[in-house]
Write a protein that binds this ligand. Structure first.
Ligand SMILES: [Ca+2]
Length: 82
């Protein structure tokens, strides 16, 4: 019984934290990871704009909607987060 209970809690925890992580990911605009979102991040974003997974210059962190390409949709999300 205890194993079933703790297994359930693990599943609930994974679902909860997974949802939280993906929700945060939508506004993860600190692309260079220095703790702030500023013009340096905008420059990184703009350099990646128009690239897709596998392209030179593609920045996965700039693909805010997770579509595999960095587009104006991602830029809209980027602006909406700041
Ligand atoms: Ca995208």
């Amino acid at each position: 019984m205890r194993e079933i209970l703790s297994g359930g809690l693990v599943v609930v925890g994974l679902v909860f934290f997974g949802w939280t992580a993906s929700a945060q990911n939508a506004c993860q605009t600190d692309l260079n990871g220095d703790g702030v979102t500023n013009e340096a991040d905008v420059e990184i974003f703009q350099s990646a704009l128009g690239t897709a997974v596998g392209d030179e210059g593609f920045v996965a962190a700039a693909d805010l909607d997770g579509s595999g390409t960095v587009t104006s949709t991602d830029y809209g999300i980027f602006l909406g987060c700041n």
